[in-house]
Design a protein around this ligand. Structure first.
Ligand code: ATP
Length: 232
């Protein structure tokens, strides 16, 4: 069941985003909206600007032009301190290669965002254990990322992205490094948990099977977005 609220305005909106990397114009006026609880797939060929769009929308990178509005706040107007706070409390991110901290166990990786938000170690580890359980990797909690399979590491990375109860999860090719079975497990876990928690997901993928998990799909072409044309 979709928890998308079609009556409210978007939770996150990028408007007219332009971003160049040197002489490469990665985004040329891209606009996109994400509603609360919505799972939106952004597809497009390699180099079409998908990751750049995610970085702009999540406040990791400032666009050259255009605006990003999150829950009524214009990200470009926020001081770095407030942006970091938003990234810690309201946003979760998952990348293609999990990017768990290699020196920490899976459990401590998931506990870390809670501790950064001020939770005590014991409470954070207990909550982290519950999240690992949800993603079917509690038994691997004391292992380090290098000792996990790719799929287990990605599920731990999902737990880490969701543990603080973010309103938006940004997932950049979260299954890109996995075989199809592990990819399905990761997507099922992500979609199930996001639905349950009412978390919106901006899902970047070039894989149509992954995009099929989303409520809606938009396609980046030449740095701008078009809704996917539905085949007749
Ligand atoms: N840090 C950077 N420095 C220089 N050029 C960059 C940088 N990041 C991205 N680009 C260029 O900007 C364009 C868009 O890149 P981006 O990573 O956003 O695309 P993408 O759609 O995510 O690609 P892929 O699917 O291959 O990951 C590409 O031409 C890329 O080479």
């Amino acid at each position: 069941m979709s928890m998308v609220d079609n009556t409210a305005g978007p939770l996150l909106a990028g408007r007219g985003l332009v971003k160049a990397h040197g002489r490469t114009e990665a985004l040329r006026g891209a606009s996109v909206e994400l509603r609360a609880g919505e799972i939106l797939a952004v597809t497009g060929s390699s180099g079409s600007g998908k990751s750049t769009l995610l970085h702009c929308l999540s406040g990791i990178v400032r666009p050259d032009e255009g605006s990003v509005t999150y829950a009524g706040e214009r990200l470009e107007e926020l001081p770095e301190r407030r942006l970091s706070e938003l990234r810690r409390t309201d946003f979760g991110v998952v990348f293609q290669f999990g990017q768990l901290i290699p020196e920490l166990t899976a459990l401590d990786n998931v506990a870390l965002p809670l501790m950064l938000a001020g939770a005590g170690r014991a409470g954070a580890r207990a909550a982290a254990g519950e999240w690992l359980e949800r993603f079917g990797v509690r038994g691997q909690g004391e292992l380090r990322p290098g000792e996990l399979s790719g799929g287990q590491a990605q599920r731990a990375a999902l737990a880490r992205a969701l543990v603080t109860g973010p309103r938006v999860v940004f997932a950049d090719e979260p299954t890109g490094a996995l075989d199809s079975l592990a990819g399905e497990q990761v997507m099922t876990a992500l979609v199930h948990t996001a639905r349950e928690a009412g978390t919106a997901v901006l899902l970047i993928t070039h894989d149509a099977r992954v995009a099929a998990y989303a409520d809606r799909e938009v396609q980046l072409r030449d740095g701008a977005l078009a809704p996917l044309e539905v085949a007749a």
